[in-house]
Design a protein around this ligand. Structure first.
Ligand code: AYL
Length: 543
Protein backbone atom coordinates (compact mmCIF):
# COMPACT_ATOMS: atom_id res chain seq x y z
CA UNK A 1 0.00 0.00 0.00
CA UNK A 2 1.50 3.31 -1.07
CA UNK A 3 0.30 6.49 0.60
CA UNK A 4 0.58 9.93 -0.99
CA UNK A 5 -0.30 13.51 -0.15
CA UNK A 6 -3.69 15.06 -0.89
CA UNK A 7 -1.91 18.19 -2.06
CA UNK A 8 -1.17 18.43 -5.77
CA UNK A 9 2.54 18.10 -6.53
CA UNK A 10 4.00 21.59 -7.11
CA UNK A 11 6.32 22.28 -10.08
CA UNK A 12 9.71 20.61 -9.50
CA UNK A 13 12.50 22.59 -11.15
CA UNK A 14 15.61 21.06 -12.68
CA UNK A 15 17.94 23.93 -11.99
CA UNK A 16 20.68 24.80 -9.49
CA UNK A 17 19.60 25.89 -6.04
CA UNK A 18 21.02 29.39 -6.48
CA UNK A 19 19.23 30.02 -9.77
CA UNK A 20 16.05 28.66 -8.20
CA UNK A 21 16.37 31.32 -5.47
CA UNK A 22 17.73 34.06 -7.75
CA UNK A 23 16.86 33.21 -11.37
CA UNK A 24 19.19 34.27 -14.14
CA UNK A 25 16.72 33.78 -16.96
CA UNK A 26 12.99 33.16 -17.38
CA UNK A 27 12.11 29.57 -16.67
CA UNK A 28 14.82 29.13 -13.99
CA UNK A 29 12.37 29.37 -11.11
CA UNK A 30 8.68 29.03 -10.35
CA UNK A 31 9.12 31.40 -7.39
CA UNK A 32 7.66 34.87 -7.19
CA UNK A 33 10.41 37.49 -7.30
CA UNK A 34 10.53 40.12 -4.55
CA UNK A 35 11.74 43.66 -4.09
CA UNK A 36 15.55 43.65 -3.59
CA UNK A 37 15.18 46.13 -0.72
CA UNK A 38 13.34 43.60 1.50
CA UNK A 39 15.57 42.31 4.31
CA UNK A 40 16.71 38.70 3.89
CA UNK A 41 18.71 38.35 7.12
CA UNK A 42 18.86 40.46 10.26
CA UNK A 43 21.46 39.89 12.96
CA UNK A 44 19.39 39.71 16.15
CA UNK A 45 22.31 40.90 18.27
CA UNK A 46 23.60 43.83 16.20
CA UNK A 47 20.68 44.75 13.92
CA UNK A 48 22.92 44.39 10.88
CA UNK A 49 20.63 43.76 7.93
CA UNK A 50 21.31 42.14 4.58
CA UNK A 51 18.68 42.86 1.94
CA UNK A 52 17.74 40.41 -0.79
CA UNK A 53 19.57 42.60 -3.29
CA UNK A 54 22.71 42.60 -1.15
CA UNK A 55 22.41 38.86 -0.59
CA UNK A 56 22.31 38.21 -4.33
CA UNK A 57 25.11 40.63 -5.18
CA UNK A 58 27.38 39.47 -2.33
CA UNK A 59 26.86 35.83 -3.33
CA UNK A 60 27.83 36.54 -6.94
CA UNK A 61 30.90 38.51 -5.79
CA UNK A 62 31.87 35.66 -3.49
CA UNK A 63 31.44 33.23 -6.38
CA UNK A 64 34.13 35.16 -8.26
CA UNK A 65 36.37 35.19 -5.18
CA UNK A 66 35.91 31.46 -4.62
CA UNK A 67 36.78 30.71 -8.26
CA UNK A 68 39.89 32.88 -7.92
CA UNK A 69 41.06 30.46 -5.19
CA UNK A 70 41.17 27.76 -7.85
CA UNK A 71 37.93 26.11 -6.79
CA UNK A 72 35.37 24.92 -9.31
CA UNK A 73 31.82 23.61 -9.53
CA UNK A 74 31.42 20.42 -7.47
CA UNK A 75 34.39 21.07 -5.15
CA UNK A 76 33.59 20.77 -1.46
CA UNK A 77 33.50 23.55 1.14
CA UNK A 78 33.13 22.96 4.86
CA UNK A 79 31.22 25.65 6.78
CA UNK A 80 31.98 25.69 10.47
CA UNK A 81 30.55 28.15 12.98
CA UNK A 82 27.50 29.27 14.89
CA UNK A 83 24.65 30.90 12.98
CA UNK A 84 25.68 34.33 11.78
CA UNK A 85 25.17 36.62 8.82
CA UNK A 86 28.66 35.65 7.65
CA UNK A 87 27.68 31.97 7.74
CA UNK A 88 24.59 32.70 5.65
CA UNK A 89 26.56 34.80 3.13
CA UNK A 90 29.26 32.13 2.82
CA UNK A 91 26.58 29.47 2.20
CA UNK A 92 24.88 31.51 -0.52
CA UNK A 93 28.28 32.39 -2.04
CA UNK A 94 29.26 28.71 -2.19
CA UNK A 95 25.92 27.87 -3.79
CA UNK A 96 26.51 30.59 -6.40
CA UNK A 97 29.98 29.20 -7.11
CA UNK A 98 28.47 25.71 -7.40
CA UNK A 99 30.46 24.24 -4.49
CA UNK A 100 29.03 21.36 -2.51
CA UNK A 101 28.60 22.63 1.04
CA UNK A 102 29.31 20.39 4.02
CA UNK A 103 28.26 22.16 7.21
CA UNK A 104 29.87 21.01 10.46
CA UNK A 105 28.44 21.17 13.95
CA UNK A 106 29.84 24.08 15.95
CA UNK A 107 30.44 21.91 19.02
CA UNK A 108 32.70 19.44 17.22
CA UNK A 109 36.14 18.71 18.60
CA UNK A 110 39.23 17.88 16.49
CA UNK A 111 38.46 14.19 15.72
CA UNK A 112 34.84 14.92 14.81
CA UNK A 113 35.62 17.76 12.44
CA UNK A 114 38.56 15.81 10.98
CA UNK A 115 36.24 12.89 10.18
CA UNK A 116 33.89 15.18 8.29
CA UNK A 117 36.59 17.20 6.49
CA UNK A 118 38.40 14.02 5.41
CA UNK A 119 35.34 12.01 4.51
CA UNK A 120 33.71 14.81 2.50
CA UNK A 121 36.89 15.69 0.61
CA UNK A 122 36.68 19.29 1.81
CA UNK A 123 38.98 21.63 -0.15
CA UNK A 124 38.18 24.94 1.54
CA UNK A 125 36.97 25.70 5.05
CA UNK A 126 34.94 28.73 6.08
CA UNK A 127 35.44 28.98 9.81
CA UNK A 128 34.43 31.12 12.75
CA UNK A 129 37.65 32.62 14.21
CA UNK A 130 36.98 31.20 17.70
CA UNK A 131 37.25 27.70 16.21
CA UNK A 132 40.74 28.19 14.75
CA UNK A 133 42.50 26.56 17.75
CA UNK A 134 40.25 23.47 17.37
CA UNK A 135 40.96 23.39 13.65
CA UNK A 136 44.70 23.65 14.28
CA UNK A 137 44.43 20.77 16.75
CA UNK A 138 42.65 18.77 14.02
CA UNK A 139 45.31 19.47 11.36
CA UNK A 140 47.49 16.44 12.18
CA UNK A 141 44.42 14.24 11.58
CA UNK A 142 43.64 15.76 8.18
CA UNK A 143 44.45 14.00 4.92
CA UNK A 144 44.78 17.29 3.07
CA UNK A 145 46.86 20.33 3.95
CA UNK A 146 44.96 23.58 4.18
CA UNK A 147 47.16 26.51 3.08
CA UNK A 148 46.15 29.91 4.44
CA UNK A 149 44.26 30.75 1.23
CA UNK A 150 41.91 27.79 1.80
CA UNK A 151 40.91 28.89 5.31
CA UNK A 152 38.45 31.79 5.25
CA UNK A 153 37.18 33.50 8.35
CA UNK A 154 33.46 33.87 9.04
CA UNK A 155 33.67 37.38 10.44
CA UNK A 156 33.69 40.92 9.19
CA UNK A 157 37.19 42.14 8.21
CA UNK A 158 37.15 44.59 11.15
CA UNK A 159 36.62 41.71 13.58
CA UNK A 160 39.51 39.59 12.36
CA UNK A 161 41.85 38.39 15.08
CA UNK A 162 45.15 40.22 14.84
CA UNK A 163 47.60 39.22 13.49
CA UNK A 164 45.95 36.80 11.08
CA UNK A 165 47.36 34.92 8.14
CA UNK A 166 43.79 34.34 6.95
CA UNK A 167 41.34 36.46 4.98
CA UNK A 168 37.87 37.29 6.18
CA UNK A 169 34.90 36.46 3.96
CA UNK A 170 34.57 40.10 2.88
CA UNK A 171 38.20 40.12 1.72
CA UNK A 172 37.86 37.43 -0.94
CA UNK A 173 35.08 39.07 -2.93
CA UNK A 174 35.56 39.99 -6.59
CA UNK A 175 33.33 41.52 -9.26
CA UNK A 176 29.86 39.91 -9.42
CA UNK A 177 30.13 36.75 -11.53
CA UNK A 178 27.50 34.37 -12.81
CA UNK A 179 26.09 31.54 -10.73
CA UNK A 180 27.24 28.05 -11.69
CA UNK A 181 24.48 26.29 -13.60
CA UNK A 182 23.04 22.87 -12.79
CA UNK A 183 20.47 22.39 -15.54
CA UNK A 184 18.65 19.16 -16.31
CA UNK A 185 20.64 16.09 -15.24
CA UNK A 186 23.18 18.30 -13.45
CA UNK A 187 20.48 19.23 -10.95
CA UNK A 188 21.18 15.77 -9.46
CA UNK A 189 24.67 16.89 -8.43
CA UNK A 190 25.26 17.24 -4.70
CA UNK A 191 24.45 20.68 -3.31
CA UNK A 192 24.65 19.85 0.39
CA UNK A 193 26.53 17.23 2.34
CA UNK A 194 25.14 17.14 5.88
CA UNK A 195 26.34 14.36 8.16
CA UNK A 196 23.95 11.78 9.58
CA UNK A 197 24.53 8.36 11.06
CA UNK A 198 21.34 7.10 9.41
CA UNK A 199 20.17 3.79 10.78
CA UNK A 200 23.58 2.52 11.92
CA UNK A 201 27.27 3.30 12.33
CA UNK A 202 29.28 6.50 12.05
CA UNK A 203 28.17 9.84 10.57
CA UNK A 204 27.94 9.65 6.78
CA UNK A 205 27.65 12.44 4.21
CA UNK A 206 24.07 12.64 2.97
CA UNK A 207 24.15 13.63 -0.70
CA UNK A 208 21.37 16.19 -1.07
CA UNK A 209 21.16 17.24 -4.70
CA UNK A 210 20.00 20.58 -6.02
CA UNK A 211 16.84 18.82 -7.22
CA UNK A 212 16.32 17.15 -3.80
CA UNK A 213 16.47 20.53 -2.11
CA UNK A 214 14.42 22.56 -4.61
CA UNK A 215 11.73 19.83 -4.53
CA UNK A 216 11.69 19.99 -0.73
CA UNK A 217 11.46 23.79 -0.75
CA UNK A 218 8.58 23.63 -3.23
CA UNK A 219 6.77 21.11 -0.99
CA UNK A 220 7.46 23.08 2.18
CA UNK A 221 6.05 26.22 0.54
CA UNK A 222 2.79 24.47 -0.24
CA UNK A 223 2.24 22.50 2.91
CA UNK A 224 4.57 23.23 5.81
CA UNK A 225 5.35 26.83 6.44
CA UNK A 226 2.74 29.31 5.28
CA UNK A 227 4.85 32.47 5.15
CA UNK A 228 3.84 35.77 3.55
CA UNK A 229 6.25 38.43 2.39
CA UNK A 230 5.64 41.76 4.09
CA UNK A 231 3.84 40.09 7.00
CA UNK A 232 6.01 37.37 8.43
CA UNK A 233 9.37 37.25 10.19
CA UNK A 234 11.16 33.99 11.07
CA UNK A 235 13.20 33.19 14.18
CA UNK A 236 16.65 31.87 13.20
CA UNK A 237 18.01 29.98 16.22
CA UNK A 238 18.22 26.44 14.87
CA UNK A 239 21.76 25.69 13.73
CA UNK A 240 22.17 26.16 9.96
CA UNK A 241 24.64 23.26 10.11
CA UNK A 242 21.78 20.79 10.74
CA UNK A 243 19.37 20.08 7.90
CA UNK A 244 16.40 21.46 9.88
CA UNK A 245 17.92 24.93 10.26
CA UNK A 246 19.46 24.72 6.81
CA UNK A 247 16.30 23.95 4.83
CA UNK A 248 13.56 25.57 6.82
CA UNK A 249 15.37 28.59 8.27
CA UNK A 250 18.32 29.48 6.02
CA UNK A 251 16.71 28.67 2.66
CA UNK A 252 12.93 28.48 2.71
CA UNK A 253 12.09 31.99 3.97
CA UNK A 254 14.26 33.37 1.12
CA UNK A 255 12.05 31.55 -1.39
CA UNK A 256 9.03 33.53 -0.21
CA UNK A 257 10.59 36.93 0.55
CA UNK A 258 10.47 36.65 4.34
CA UNK A 259 13.28 37.90 6.62
CA UNK A 260 15.08 35.70 9.16
CA UNK A 261 16.34 37.10 12.46
CA UNK A 262 19.59 35.26 13.12
CA UNK A 263 20.68 34.38 16.65
CA UNK A 264 23.69 32.21 17.36
CA UNK A 265 21.99 29.79 19.78
CA UNK A 266 18.92 29.31 21.96
CA UNK A 267 19.21 31.63 24.92
CA UNK A 268 15.92 32.38 26.62
CA UNK A 269 16.10 36.14 27.16
CA UNK A 270 17.79 36.84 23.83
CA UNK A 271 15.08 34.87 22.01
CA UNK A 272 12.16 36.43 23.88
CA UNK A 273 13.46 39.95 23.39
CA UNK A 274 14.18 39.31 19.70
CA UNK A 275 10.59 38.11 19.26
CA UNK A 276 9.31 41.31 20.83
CA UNK A 277 11.71 43.62 19.03
CA UNK A 278 11.39 42.19 15.52
CA UNK A 279 7.72 41.14 15.82
CA UNK A 280 8.66 37.57 14.90
CA UNK A 281 5.72 35.52 13.61
CA UNK A 282 7.18 32.04 13.11
CA UNK A 283 9.56 30.08 15.31
CA UNK A 284 11.25 26.85 14.29
CA UNK A 285 12.16 25.00 17.45
CA UNK A 286 12.82 21.60 19.04
CA UNK A 287 10.95 19.96 21.95
CA UNK A 288 13.41 21.02 24.72
CA UNK A 289 12.77 24.67 23.74
CA UNK A 290 9.03 24.05 24.17
CA UNK A 291 9.79 22.83 27.70
CA UNK A 292 11.86 25.91 28.52
CA UNK A 293 9.08 28.23 27.31
CA UNK A 294 6.51 26.23 29.23
CA UNK A 295 8.29 26.75 32.54
CA UNK A 296 9.81 30.16 31.89
CA UNK A 297 8.90 33.02 34.21
CA UNK A 298 10.05 35.39 31.51
CA UNK A 299 7.43 34.54 28.91
CA UNK A 300 4.92 36.88 30.58
CA UNK A 301 7.43 39.73 30.65
CA UNK A 302 7.76 39.97 26.86
CA UNK A 303 5.26 40.82 24.17
CA UNK A 304 4.88 37.63 22.17
CA UNK A 305 1.62 38.69 20.52
CA UNK A 306 3.22 38.72 17.05
CA UNK A 307 3.91 34.97 17.11
CA UNK A 308 1.49 32.85 15.10
CA UNK A 309 3.28 29.51 14.99
CA UNK A 310 5.98 27.53 16.71
CA UNK A 311 6.93 24.46 14.68
CA UNK A 312 8.63 21.70 16.66
CA UNK A 313 10.58 19.01 14.87
CA UNK A 314 13.58 16.67 14.85
CA UNK A 315 12.54 14.81 18.03
CA UNK A 316 9.30 13.61 19.63
CA UNK A 317 6.89 16.20 21.04
CA UNK A 318 4.39 14.49 23.33
CA UNK A 319 0.66 15.05 23.60
CA UNK A 320 1.02 16.16 27.24
CA UNK A 321 3.60 18.84 26.51
CA UNK A 322 1.57 20.08 23.53
CA UNK A 323 -1.57 20.36 25.65
CA UNK A 324 0.26 22.19 28.43
CA UNK A 325 1.72 24.59 25.91
CA UNK A 326 -1.69 25.22 24.30
CA UNK A 327 -3.07 26.11 27.74
CA UNK A 328 -0.17 28.34 28.71
CA UNK A 329 0.21 30.24 25.42
CA UNK A 330 -3.08 29.70 23.60
CA UNK A 331 -2.54 32.27 20.84
CA UNK A 332 0.49 30.40 19.43
CA UNK A 333 -0.20 27.34 17.26
CA UNK A 334 2.30 24.66 18.27
CA UNK A 335 2.75 22.44 15.23
CA UNK A 336 4.96 19.42 14.71
CA UNK A 337 7.03 18.13 11.82
CA UNK A 338 8.78 14.84 11.20
CA UNK A 339 11.56 14.01 8.83
CA UNK A 340 15.24 13.19 8.54
CA UNK A 341 18.41 14.48 6.94
CA UNK A 342 18.00 11.79 4.27
CA UNK A 343 14.61 13.28 3.20
CA UNK A 344 15.94 16.87 2.93
CA UNK A 345 14.31 16.77 5.65
CA UNK A 346 10.55 17.32 6.19
CA UNK A 347 8.20 14.53 5.09
CA UNK A 348 5.29 15.06 7.52
CA UNK A 349 3.80 17.97 9.41
CA UNK A 350 0.75 19.36 11.11
CA UNK A 351 -0.38 22.78 9.96
CA UNK A 352 -2.08 24.22 13.04
CA UNK A 353 -5.31 25.05 11.28
CA UNK A 354 -6.75 21.58 11.33
CA UNK A 355 -8.00 19.58 14.23
CA UNK A 356 -5.02 17.32 14.88
CA UNK A 357 -4.51 15.18 17.89
CA UNK A 358 -1.65 16.51 20.04
CA UNK A 359 1.49 14.39 19.78
CA UNK A 360 0.86 13.40 16.16
CA UNK A 361 3.08 14.54 13.28
CA UNK A 362 0.35 15.21 10.70
CA UNK A 363 0.16 14.27 7.08
CA UNK A 364 2.63 13.55 4.29
CA UNK A 365 4.02 16.51 2.39
CA UNK A 366 3.40 16.64 -1.35
CA UNK A 367 6.05 14.93 -3.54
CA UNK A 368 6.53 12.17 -0.93
CA UNK A 369 5.16 8.63 -1.03
CA UNK A 370 5.15 6.40 2.02
CA UNK A 371 4.78 2.75 2.94
CA UNK A 372 4.36 1.33 6.44
CA UNK A 373 6.15 -2.01 6.61
CA UNK A 374 5.66 -4.47 9.48
CA UNK A 375 8.46 -6.65 10.84
CA UNK A 376 7.18 -9.59 8.76
CA UNK A 377 7.44 -7.49 5.60
CA UNK A 378 3.66 -7.08 5.24
CA UNK A 379 1.95 -3.71 4.95
CA UNK A 380 0.66 -2.32 8.25
CA UNK A 381 -3.07 -1.67 8.33
CA UNK A 382 -4.77 1.35 9.83
CA UNK A 383 -3.54 1.83 13.40
CA UNK A 384 -0.90 -0.92 13.09
CA UNK A 385 2.77 -0.16 13.71
CA UNK A 386 5.15 -0.26 10.78
CA UNK A 387 8.54 1.08 9.77
CA UNK A 388 7.96 4.01 7.46
CA UNK A 389 9.63 3.90 4.05
CA UNK A 390 9.77 7.10 2.02
CA UNK A 391 10.14 7.74 -1.69
CA UNK A 392 10.19 10.91 -3.78
CA UNK A 393 12.30 13.66 -5.32
CA UNK A 394 13.62 14.84 -1.93
CA UNK A 395 15.01 11.47 -0.89
CA UNK A 396 18.82 11.72 -0.87
CA UNK A 397 21.02 10.52 -3.73
CA UNK A 398 22.81 8.22 -1.27
CA UNK A 399 25.65 8.37 1.25
CA UNK A 400 28.83 10.00 -0.04
CA UNK A 401 31.53 7.48 -0.88
CA UNK A 402 29.65 4.72 0.91
CA UNK A 403 27.71 2.44 -1.45
CA UNK A 404 27.40 -0.28 1.22
CA UNK A 405 25.59 2.00 3.68
CA UNK A 406 23.46 3.35 0.83
CA UNK A 407 22.49 -0.18 -0.22
CA UNK A 408 21.55 -1.09 3.36
CA UNK A 409 19.34 1.97 3.74
CA UNK A 410 17.61 1.92 0.37
CA UNK A 411 15.28 -0.74 -1.02
CA UNK A 412 15.22 0.28 -4.68
CA UNK A 413 14.16 3.91 -4.51
CA UNK A 414 12.56 3.50 -1.07
CA UNK A 415 14.37 4.90 1.96
CA UNK A 416 14.01 2.74 5.06
CA UNK A 417 13.82 5.32 7.83
CA UNK A 418 14.24 3.16 10.94
CA UNK A 419 11.25 4.96 12.49
CA UNK A 420 8.05 3.18 13.46
CA UNK A 421 4.82 5.06 12.85
CA UNK A 422 1.11 4.43 12.87
CA UNK A 423 -1.32 5.92 10.39
CA UNK A 424 -4.96 6.80 10.80
CA UNK A 425 -7.55 6.53 8.09
CA UNK A 426 -7.64 10.31 7.65
CA UNK A 427 -3.95 10.35 6.68
CA UNK A 428 -2.48 11.48 10.01
CA UNK A 429 0.65 9.83 11.39
CA UNK A 430 2.20 9.36 14.80
CA UNK A 431 5.80 8.35 15.55
CA UNK A 432 5.69 5.51 18.08
CA UNK A 433 9.18 3.97 18.10
CA UNK A 434 12.65 3.98 16.57
CA UNK A 435 14.22 0.72 15.42
CA UNK A 436 17.58 2.24 14.46
CA UNK A 437 20.50 2.82 16.82
CA UNK A 438 20.31 6.62 16.69
CA UNK A 439 20.00 8.64 19.90
CA UNK A 440 18.87 12.25 19.80
CA UNK A 441 19.93 14.77 22.40
CA UNK A 442 17.83 17.92 22.01
CA UNK A 443 17.39 17.23 18.30
CA UNK A 444 21.12 16.60 17.70
CA UNK A 445 22.25 13.19 16.53
CA UNK A 446 24.30 11.05 18.88
CA UNK A 447 25.51 7.94 17.03
CA UNK A 448 25.94 5.17 19.64
CA UNK A 449 28.51 3.37 17.46
CA UNK A 450 30.79 6.40 17.74
CA UNK A 451 30.60 6.46 21.55
CA UNK A 452 31.01 2.69 21.77
CA UNK A 453 34.22 2.68 19.77
CA UNK A 454 35.52 5.61 21.82
CA UNK A 455 34.69 3.81 25.09
CA UNK A 456 36.75 0.81 23.98
CA UNK A 457 39.79 3.09 23.84
CA UNK A 458 39.54 3.62 27.60
CA UNK A 459 42.09 1.30 29.27
CA UNK A 460 39.57 -0.03 31.80
CA UNK A 461 36.62 -0.60 29.44
CA UNK A 462 36.51 -3.98 27.73
CA UNK A 463 33.04 -3.74 26.18
CA UNK A 464 30.23 -1.22 25.88
CA UNK A 465 26.72 -0.54 24.63
CA UNK A 466 25.14 2.91 24.37
CA UNK A 467 21.41 3.71 24.38
CA UNK A 468 19.18 6.74 24.92
CA UNK A 469 17.21 7.24 28.12
CA UNK A 470 14.10 9.41 27.86
CA UNK A 471 14.04 12.41 30.21
CA UNK A 472 10.60 13.94 30.57
CA UNK A 473 11.74 17.05 32.36
CA UNK A 474 13.84 18.19 29.38
CA UNK A 475 11.86 16.39 26.64
CA UNK A 476 14.93 14.68 25.28
CA UNK A 477 16.86 11.46 25.29
CA UNK A 478 20.10 11.34 27.27
CA UNK A 479 22.93 9.08 26.05
CA UNK A 480 23.76 6.33 28.55
CA UNK A 481 26.66 3.87 28.40
CA UNK A 482 26.68 0.36 29.78
CA UNK A 483 30.27 -0.80 30.16
CA UNK A 484 32.10 -3.93 31.15
CA UNK A 485 35.08 -3.13 33.37
CA UNK A 486 38.51 -4.75 32.99
CA UNK A 487 39.34 -7.54 35.47
CA UNK A 488 41.69 -5.34 37.51
CA UNK A 489 38.96 -2.78 38.30
CA UNK A 490 38.34 -2.52 42.03
CA UNK A 491 36.01 0.47 42.37
CA UNK A 492 33.23 0.33 39.79
CA UNK A 493 31.51 3.52 40.95
CA UNK A 494 34.56 5.67 40.54
CA UNK A 495 35.30 4.04 37.17
CA UNK A 496 31.78 4.98 36.00
CA UNK A 497 32.34 8.59 37.05
CA UNK A 498 35.79 8.72 35.55
CA UNK A 499 34.59 7.31 32.23
CA UNK A 500 31.79 9.90 31.97
CA UNK A 501 34.30 12.73 32.50
CA UNK A 502 36.78 11.15 30.12
CA UNK A 503 34.15 10.88 27.35
CA UNK A 504 33.04 14.48 27.99
CA UNK A 505 36.61 15.64 27.34
CA UNK A 506 36.68 13.89 23.97
CA UNK A 507 33.31 14.55 22.30
CA UNK A 508 31.02 17.41 21.29
CA UNK A 509 28.86 18.69 24.14
CA UNK A 510 25.65 17.00 22.88
CA UNK A 511 27.29 13.55 22.93
CA UNK A 512 28.20 13.58 26.64
CA UNK A 513 26.93 10.63 28.67
CA UNK A 514 24.28 12.66 30.49
CA UNK A 515 22.20 9.53 31.02
CA UNK A 516 24.98 8.02 33.11
CA UNK A 517 27.53 5.24 32.92
CA UNK A 518 26.61 1.86 34.37
CA UNK A 519 29.03 -1.00 34.90
CA UNK A 520 27.54 -4.42 34.10
CA UNK A 521 28.95 -7.95 33.76
CA UNK A 522 28.29 -8.44 30.05
CA UNK A 523 26.77 -6.51 27.14
CA UNK A 524 23.81 -8.47 25.76
CA UNK A 525 24.62 -9.58 22.20
CA UNK A 526 23.02 -11.60 19.44
CA UNK A 527 24.80 -14.79 18.25
CA UNK A 528 26.29 -12.72 15.40
CA UNK A 529 27.75 -10.24 17.91
CA UNK A 530 25.29 -7.37 17.46
CA UNK A 531 24.57 -5.37 20.60
CA UNK A 532 21.02 -6.08 21.75
CA UNK A 533 20.00 -2.52 22.53
CA UNK A 534 16.44 -3.64 23.16
CA UNK A 535 17.69 -5.68 26.12
CA UNK A 536 19.66 -2.72 27.42
CA UNK A 537 16.52 -0.60 27.16
CA UNK A 538 14.58 -3.23 29.09
CA UNK A 539 17.29 -3.24 31.74
CA UNK A 540 17.13 0.57 31.94
CA UNK A 541 13.39 0.43 32.60
CA UNK A 542 14.00 -1.80 35.61
CA UNK A 543 16.66 0.46 37.15
P1 AYL B 1 17.89 14.00 11.76
N1 AYL B 1 9.04 12.86 16.33
C1 AYL B 1 9.85 11.83 16.65
N2 AYL B 1 11.06 11.63 16.11
C2 AYL B 1 11.48 12.50 15.18
C3 AYL B 1 10.68 13.60 14.78
C4 AYL B 1 9.41 13.77 15.40
N3 AYL B 1 8.61 14.79 15.11
N4 AYL B 1 11.37 14.26 13.82
C5 AYL B 1 12.54 13.61 13.65
N5 AYL B 1 12.62 12.56 14.48
C6 AYL B 1 13.73 11.61 14.64
O1 AYL B 1 18.29 13.47 10.45
C7 AYL B 1 13.48 10.36 13.83
O2 AYL B 1 14.03 9.25 14.48
O3 AYL B 1 16.67 15.00 11.65
C8 AYL B 1 14.23 10.65 12.55
O4 AYL B 1 14.60 9.51 11.82
O5 AYL B 1 18.94 14.61 12.61
C9 AYL B 1 15.43 11.36 13.08
O6 AYL B 1 14.93 12.18 14.13
C10 AYL B 1 16.11 12.19 12.03
O7 AYL B 1 17.20 12.85 12.57
C11 AYL B 1 10.87 19.26 10.94
C12 AYL B 1 10.84 17.95 11.35
C13 AYL B 1 13.14 18.95 10.30
C14 AYL B 1 11.94 17.15 11.24
C15 AYL B 1 13.13 17.63 10.73
C16 AYL B 1 14.22 16.69 10.55
C17 AYL B 1 15.41 16.90 11.36
C18 AYL B 1 16.52 15.98 10.83
C19 AYL B 1 12.05 19.76 10.40
O8 AYL B 1 9.77 20.05 11.06
Amino acid sequence: IIYTSDHPVPPLPEVGLFNYLFPEKPGDSPLQQFDPSIPAFIDGATDRTVTRGELKETSLRLATGIRALGLKRGDVACLWGLNSIEWALAAYGCMAAGLTVSPANYAYGPPEVAHQVNNSGTQVIFIEPSLLPTFDAARPLLKRQFPASRVILLCEPKDKPFPSQYKALGEIMGQPGKAARFDGKDSRMTAWLCYSSGTTGLPKGVMTSHHNMTSQLQAVNVAYQNLKSGEDVVLGILPFSHIYGLTVVLLQPTTVGVPVVILPRFEEIAVLSAIEKYRITHGLIVPPVVIVLLHSKNVAKYDLSSVKTFMSGAAPLSAEVTEQFNKRIPHIALTQGYGMTETSPVSHCTTGDENVEPGWVGRILPTFEARLVKEDGEDAKEGERGEIWMRGPSVMMGYHDNPEATAKTMDGDWLKTGDVLIRRDDGHYKVVDRVKELIKYKGFQVPPAELESLLLQHPQVVDSGVIGIWDDSQATELPRAYIVASADTTDKDSLAKEVATWVASKVANHKRLRGGVIVIDAIPKSPSGKILRKDLREQAKKE
